[in-house]
Design a protein. Structure first.
Length: 193
């Protein structure tokens, strides 16, 4: 299968946020729904990796076309276990990875990344690297061979990467804590995504 697929990491505890951030509202939808919507217009298939509160996540994704849910039983060991769980499902030539708490990436950003012919493509906004990261699928075996405690950034830093400058602040905006959520809500309302 050609084209691109997406992996959304939604398995974490949301400890710093004080509440389960995947279900926090943005307008009339949740953070996770908006993250999915940004990706599905450019991906053949989107895989949402759940762990903590997985039933709530499964409820959100069940009726969305071309979105599949998978459960990471090792989610308590950290985000890299969710990366590994999600990429095991990939069938396309390329795939995106994005944390589920980063809902404001514009669909055009995904398209601009796909237009670049490289093994790893990262968006950059005003000099800062963000998400999603686009990978070629031939890298999957190498990533899966890494220990569960690894960090994806360490893998990326060992590789040849192309960064592209994007006029999309959403590549940097995630929800780690209540203050971040307030910023994301304000940006969402202003941009009316």
């Amino acid at each position: 299968m050609s084209g691109a697929e997406g992996v959304i990491l939604a398995a974490g505890f949301s400890e710093r946020a004080g509440q389960f951030k995947m279900t926090l509202p943005l307008g009339d939808r949740t953070i996770l729904e908006i993250c999915i919507e940004g990706m599905i217009s450019v991906c053949n298939r989107t895989i949402v990796v759940g762990g903590y509160n997985y039933n709530k996540i499964k409820e959100i994704v069940t009726d969305i076309p071309n979105v599949e849910f998978c459960y990471n039983k090792n989610y308590a060991m950290g985000m890299f276990t969710s990366v590994k769980r999600g990429i095991r499902e990939i069938k396309a030539e390329r795939f995106f990875i994005i944390p589920g708490d980063q809902p404001l990436v514009k669909p055009d950003t995904y398209r601009m990344l796909l237009a670049v012919d490289a093994d790893i493509v990262i968006p950059r906004y005003k000099g800062k690297k963000g998400h999603p990261v686009l990978f070629r699928s031939h890298l999957i075996e190498e990533i899966l061979a890494m220990p569960d405690e690894a960090i994806l950034r360490d893998f990326i830093n060992q590789k040849s990467v192309v960064c592209i400058d994007i006029d999309d602040k959403g590549v940097l905006l995630d929800v780690d804590n209540p203050e971040d959520y307030k910023i994301v809500k304000q940006y969402f309302e202003k941009e009316a995504l």
